[in-house]
Write a protein that binds this ligand. Structure first.
Ligand code: PMP
Length: 433
């Protein structure tokens, strides 16, 4: 729970930083209260500037699959930094990173490194438009693909709605080229393509939605989207910024056996440094400059520190996968969800959730949660009380219900046990009203 030091730091930050933060979710608007300020992290723990220790399930919103300050990653960054932080000419680290991504994700034959998930998705749709000569993109309601203009579009009512800007400053002319359908709704996707198929450049989708809580695809959904896009000459872009190397080494594509034309990455591939990437079919990627005419560049893209951190993380994941690390993360996530649901039944509180690979979600909702509409029915005030209760117990979940929780390779039996005991106390309190 934020103490005096965090309160003072937040007041100071608000004078000069917009909302006191550099990304809106950090302001805790969904749960209220003052954000705790990080001092340092160690494995599964985050320590704030008041000296509180939290078992961390936020994990910087996904990148820290090896927890905080993993010695191998810290060493790789330090050794690389000592040789220079950026060169503006190629390094072999970038090739190694690209080779690793291509090896682990078979649909990716060529890669371009960028600096954030937003850059990756923004560039992928530019490429999709260029490759198809079509202007429209389709996204699912409640999926987040970063803050580029084309993605800041909310759904209207009905099966499919013409995009309206979700934010002032997004031109209507851009927003209306983004069409939206509910997640997990195959019929809506078919309907939209029946009407507008010839104009659609690409469908971009989070193969497991991580920005409306954690919502997995219904059986057959991704396969259907794959076949619809193929039939209609549109590209399929999997936004694996969260799921990449988190559901498994091959991400969602491996888990569900569905191949995308283009894939976007971020988070885990940078291990906490600013990185994104997009890649896919060779013939498509060859359209990017300098091989082709579609422009996209970046002063710091493929930054050596980020490459060193990410490569170390991916190498360790490859080793750990052999000992079943992804299954372990899923089992731990499942235990959090199952206990949460059991406690809900015990105390008469509606609860549901899901865990898959290294991500999980907890909803104050009877279930099932399959899309943004159902996710939005969850009890937000109750989540806020749960969140603050858990924080007071030294457990940090995401400061908003409609976000995913993140397990790491360094969460162990001990942290899971402590979390479950804390959950029992907090849910008992909620049950008393
Ligand atoms: N796509 C997905 C699925 C994401 O979850 C996010 C960020 N949470 C992004 C894209 C954007 O990434 P970034 O914040 O690095 O720009």
């Amino acid at each position: 729970m934020a103490g005096e030091a965090s309160k003072t730091a937040y007041a100071r930050a608000q004078q000069v930083l917009v909302g006191g933060v550099n990304s809106p979710v950090r302001a805790f608007r969904a749960v209220g209260g003052t954000p705790y300020f990080a001092a340092y992290g160690e494995g599964p723990y985050l320590f704030d500037i008041d000296g509180n220790r939290y078992i961390d399930y936020l994990m910087s919103w996904g990148p820290l699959i090896w927890g905080h300050a993993h010695p191998e990653i810290v060493r790789a960054v330090a050794e690389t930094a000592a040789k220079g932080t950026s060169f503006g000419v190629p390094t072999e680290l970038e090739t190694e990173m690209a080779e690793t991504i291509c090896r682990l994700v078979p649909s990716v034959e060529k890669v371009r490194m960028v600096n954030s998930g937003t850059e990756a998705t923004m560039s992928a749709i530019r490429l999709a438009r260029a490759a198809t000569g079509r202007q429209y993109i389709v996204k699912c309601v409640g999926c987040y693909h970063g803050h580029a203009d084309s993605f800041l579009v909310k759904a209207g009512s009905g099966v499919a709605a013409l995009g309206l800007p979700d934010s002032p400053g997004v031109p209507q002319s851009t927003a209306e080229r983004t069409l939206t359908v509910p997640y997990n709704d195959e019929a809506a996707m078919r309907g939209l393509f029946a009407e507008r198929g010839a104009e659609i450049a690409a469908v971009i989708v989070e193969p497991v939605a991580g920005n409306m809580g954690c919502v997995r695809p219904l059986p057959g959904y991704l396969e259907a989207v794959r076949s619809i896009t193929k039939e209609q000459g549109a590209l399929l872009i999997f936004d694996e910024v969260i799921t990449g190397f988190r559901l498994g080494l091959g991400g969602a594509q491996e888990r569900f056996g569905v191949k995308a034309d283009l894939t976007t990455f971020g988070k885990v591939i940078g291990a906490g440094l600013p990185v994104g990437a997009y890649g896919g079919r060779r013939d498509l990627m060859q359209m990017i400059a300098p091989e082709g005419p579609v422009y996209q560049g970046g002063t710091l893209s493929g930054n050596p520190l980020a490459m060193a951190a990410g490569l170390t993380s991916l190498r360790m994941l490859e080793e750990a996968a052999k000992r079943g690390i992804y299954e372990q993360m899923e089992t731990y996530g499942r235990r959090l969800v199952d206990t949460f649901c059991d406690l809900g039944r015990k105390y008469g509180i509606p609860t549901t959730g899901d865990a898959i690979g290294g991500m999980f979600g907890l909803f104050f909702h009877d279930g099932p949660v399959v899309d943004f509409a159902t996710a939005s029915e969850s009890d937000q005030p109750l989540y806020a009380r749960f969140f603050h209760g858990m924080l007071a117990e030294g457990v940090a979940f995401a400061p908003a219900q409609l976000e995913s929780g993140f397990m790491s390779c360094v969460h162990s039996e001990s942290e899971i046990e402590q979390t479950l005991l804390a959950m029992e106390r907090v849910m008992a309190g909620l049950g008393r009203g």
